[in-house]
Design a protein around this ligand. Sequence first.
Ligand SMILES: [Mg+2]
Length: 242
Amino acid sequence: MSGPNGRFAAVFFDLDGTLVSERTGVREARAAIGTRLNELGLYHKPASAFADTVEMVIGGILEDNDWQWPLWLHSEEWVRRTLAVAEVTVSEDEFRELNQVYRDERSDRAEAIQGWPEALAAARTHGPIGLITNYNDGPMQREKIRGAGLEGEFDGVYISGEVGIWKPEPGIFEHAARDLGVDPRDCVHIGNNIQSDVEGALAAGMSAVLVEEEDRPRPAGLNGDAAWCEDLLGVAAWLRGG
Ligand SMILES: [Mg+2]
């Protein structure tokens, strides 16, 4: 039994861009890379200029991908590309350090998106709540959950880097459902990425909800089997059958 007027055996959420803002604190964390480069004497512009270059690099990639974040675009990748565009050469040790600076700043500044208490409360009326998130660095993702004040909200946390399966592969959705003792066909997954969240969940037999990513329009090509909500309050209403 599933659907907005039925009951789900469990409700799963994506993290980044769904429950945790991809806006708040992100620019500061990117600028922190510029600050560290300043300290190393490798970059002579303001740290904010480095953040501008990161945004330009990522913006160009997103524009080419219907404003969907490509699965291969990890922080190491955009740091490497931004350094190339900014014409900054670093050693491999420095490169690792710069990525760590970003990870530390990002988790410290993590902020949950408005409407999350309502969405999780509505999910709780169905059953257990799971988190299914694509990230290669499990400890950092758990730090981000803690930093955003979401620790303890989930009955299961499934991070690709720890599970060894990445969305949209159905295996990670099946793994999460099995772990919570439910059938994927009785579950719903809510996320902000058409490919990893919606297509992946549908392939695993789950229902799927695409929640609009902050200030990005409803994308073209949404599978007709998926629901769409403009924000987390919309998700809460959908889960309550409204
Ligand atoms: Mg996401």
